[in-house]
Write a protein that binds this ligand. Sequence first.
Ligand SMILES: Nc1ncnc2c1ncn2[C@@H]1O[C@H](COP(=O)(O)OP(=O)(O)O)[C@@H](O)[C@H]1O
Ligand SMILES: [Mg+2]
Length: 239
Amino acid sequence: MAETILRLENIRKELGLSKAIRQTIIPNLSLEVKAGEFVAITGPSGSGKSTLLYLMGGLDKPTAGKVWLDGDEITEKDETEMNRIRNEKIGFIYQFHFLLPEFNAVENVSMPMMIRGLLPRKEIRARAMKLLDMVDMQNKYTNKPSQLSGGQQQRVAIARALANEPKILLGDEPTGNLDSRSANNVYQLFDRLNRELNQTIIVVTHDEEFANRAGRRIHLVDGKVERDSQLRAKAEAMI
Ligand SMILES: Nc1ncnc2c1ncn2[C@@H]1O[C@H](COP(=O)(O)OP(=O)(O)O)[C@@H](O)[C@H]1O
Ligand SMILES: [Mg+2]
């Protein structure tokens, strides 16, 4: 039985729109994700997908309820501690890559490892190159983001997200800005990371085909889990 890597318990998220008006984004949500799971989160626009993902990754705090990551309750951590946990345990991929424009691919992927400060510079560089090889960017080490296509930028962003061997890879519509061929490449990469490295992945997506290829699909409506379906094994589902 795989260990629980992420647990949300009775999560509530409200936003104060003004002093008098509060909007409830997520009324009461509980769920568990096991190590090695590949989860797709779907739902209409405004259903709270990004909010949920940010709560999972400790980028936002719930109004009530608790979040555990890797056995640690992250809802009680202060910002400094949370920054460290995010850098070490969570890889985040956004719709837009957010690579640093003045740095090349190797330098961008090196950044989270430099911040963590565990490895000597030479080893960081070697690992960055290895990660770029893994996402099929071995010929673009010294390219800056502006010298890469959208799909290539996103693959560098994925390599960067993997730099510190995160417990969870979180993606917020990471292919939303890509043409269908590049999107498909990114999907296949996620698939491979999940299968070969047993990487836990949670991805918000609008893409039906992709959602159905994940191992589990959580469908949100109005901040509530409307469906939580365990799908067939990915490899079989694709045949
Ligand atoms: N900073 C904000 N200010 C006001 N409303 C917000 C803010 N962030 C999110 N919302 C509202 O919260 C709801 C859920 O948003 P979000 O999590 O971004 O949904 P999704 O990612 O599914 O499109 C929406 O109704 C949105 O309008
Ligand atoms: Mg969103």
